[in-house]
Write a new protein. Structure first.
Length: 214
């Protein structure tokens, strides 16, 4: 058993508590950080992901991490240098679309909790053999979504997933009824365009419809 991964996953469990929804935020303008952090926290979503897909992302992570009660994760981690940048910016955990030994080494070296992405049985076996039991399943809907996750529960009863990719208000509860779903993740909660236009009331409305989120 890998103690450091066990510790990393204990931290993830603490960060999520009973939260069942991980918002994925892609933010173009760091000036919205404070407002967006308030919307998330007031709506009961204290833990969220900011993707490393914009120029502003690291500054956004740094700013959002400085607010009380926010637990900010860095998403789209591809390389060891992404991991180092995310840690430096203040991210508490990371999420990756896939796994490479280099990426996992960097996270483990820094004891940086990671939700590694998998999309096949072999990738799950690789991650599990290394000690990871909490995994991102991506891109979920393209991979067969609920049906595929049900099938994966047979050989991998010890793994819990964050299905991601194509999740929305309509299929969320189907995913959450599965025994191997830890929580669902998605950008529909706070779409990039609504963040860009600072449409906080619309984002609040979307979140309010997700009354199962915590
Ligand atoms: C990700 O960043 O993990 C995915 O692009 C999110 O997928 P979604 O936009 O369909 O929620």
């Amino acid at each position: 058993m890998n103690r450091s991964i066990e510790k990393m996953e204990e931290s993830l469990k603490e960060f999520f508590g009973s939260q069942k929804l991980l918002p994925i935020l892609t933010v173009d303008d760091k000036e919205v950080s404070e407002d967006l952090a308030s919307v998330m926290c007031e709506s009961g979503l204290k833990t969220y992901e900011v993707t490393l897909r914009t120029q502003a992302s690291l500054e956004v992570i740094a700013q959002m991490s400085s607010f009380d009660n926010c637990i900010v994760g860095a998403g789209t981690l591809i390389s060891p240098s992404d991991v180092r940048s995310a840690i430096k910016a203040g991210a508490k955990f990371g999420i990756s679309p896939g796994i490479t030994p280099e990426l996992l080494n960097e996270c483990e070296k820094n004891c940086f909790p990671l939700i590694p992405g998998v999309s096949t049985a072999s990738e799950i076996m690789n991650a599990y053999a290394r000690g990871y039991k909490i995994l991102k399943f991506f891109p979920s809907e393209n991979l067969g979504g609920v049906k595929t996750l049900k099938a994966l529960h047979g050989p991998f009863p010890g793994c819990k997933f964050f299905p991601t990719g194509g999740i929305n208000q309509d299929n969320a509860l189907d995913y959450l009824s599965l025994p191997n779903v830890y929580a669902i993740a998605g950008s529909w909660v706070a779409p990039r365009e609504l963040i860009r236009s600072r449409d906080w009331s619309q984002i609040r409305k979307i979140i309010q419809m997700s009354d199962w989120k915590i």
